[in-house]
Design a protein around this ligand. Sequence first.
Ligand code: ADP
Ligand code: MG
Length: 327
Amino acid sequence: MNEFELINRYFKRSNTACVDNESTGNRVDVGIGDDCAVVNVAAGEQLALSIDTLVEGIHFPPNANPYDLAQRAFCVCMSDLAAMGAQPLWYTLALTLPEDDATWLDGFSQGMFSIADKYKCHLIGGNTTRGPLSISLQVHGSIPQGQAILRSGAKPGENIFVSGPLGDGAMGLAMIQHRVHVSEEARDYFYSRFYRPEPQVQLGMALRNVASAAIDISDGFLADLKHVCEASGVGAEIELGTLPNSQHRLAEHEFVENENLAGHWQQWMLSGGDDYQLCFTVPSDTDMRSDLLNTCHHVGKITQNPSVVCKLDGQIVEPKKFGYQHF
Ligand code: ADP
Ligand code: MG
């Protein structure tokens, strides 16, 4: 199989095979097959762009299932659009592969399209080369002019929310790396949290004109909250007891048998990363009981003092680590 056969066989779909969708499908004039893709951009709209690279052995374990891996690559990238309040439109894919393994490519392309179709996001181009396994995805989304939710908008006195449980990604990774053993039911849940973290696209769009700042939690809750604080020139106070988590999915004995597990949870929630929940702030006069905020968790407040302080029952707690850093 040469490069072009590979692209045609696994990545090029006829236009009708793409999820058809009035808002995005018919905006692609030229998709895969020419030197560039050509798309239509509407007046009054801004494009949000983001790219992510996943490298084998760094971002995912060697010999990961290609179907799961494709889904993870897509979800991770889509999460950045969610954090800005953007609506997904289309994406490009740069693949570096050690070999043209048909079984691997089958699994990978099926995993990718199955998740991308859910978000009505179209593959419009890419690049294919040989080398150590690495996957880069660039996504484009659209935002009404001036409505992007930035990291820099948080102000003292505002409330801080997170969209869902923290620590699931780190727990999933620990389990996949055989550092933790859990029941089959818990295993399915945490496995899918790691490989299919659900990008909060609908929430992000609903937060336009509601949230003053937002970020998606990829490096770790505290590290990402710190990014918001630095960009906004503020600090934060977090009440640790209010952070949502999925510990209840584990049976009591699963903690006891694995002596370190209980101790790890707090750290995973704070700095584990890979959760892809949104962390966002809303002005203090926002209705905290609105349907939108009711689905999220109020975890603290923005402060003038520019540090991130964690409290448990009124006492200050010093976390060991804030989050993951590559360098
Ligand atoms: P060029 O050499 O002009 O950059 P390529 O030969 O690399 O173009 O690619 C041919 C076409 O296939 C282009 O439209 C490109 O966007 C698309 N393409 C290449 N690799 C992929 C991929 N992995 N997924 C989707 N489209 C791809
Ligand atoms: Mg060319």
